[in-house]
Ligand binder design. Structure first.
Ligand SMILES: [Zn+2]
Length: 58
C-alpha cells in the first residue's frame, strides 16, 4: 500500500512542496507536475496510463 501510494504523490520527494501542474502545449493530453524548485518532475501520459518521473540532482 505504501509503495503503491508513492506512485501518486503530489509532493516533491526532496523538499515536500506541493507539485505544480502544467498542461503540455506541444503534447496534448500530457500533464506535467513539477516541483516549484525544480527538484522533481513527473509527466502523466494518458495514452499509456502511466507516469514518467524524473529526479533532478542539484
Ligand atoms: Zn522540491
Amino acid at each position: 500500500m505504501g509503495l503503491f501510494k508513492n506512485l501518486f504523490i503530489d509532493r516533491c520527494p526532496k523538499c515536500n512542496k506541493i507539485l505544480e501542474t502544467h498542461q503540455s502545449k506541444t503534447l496534448k493530453g500530457i500533464v506535467i507536475k513539477s516541483c516549484p524548485d525544480q527538484h522533481y518532475q513527473k509527466e502523466f501520459h494518458p495514452a499509456f496510463e502511466t507516469y514518467i518521473e524524473s529526479h533532478k540532482v542539484s
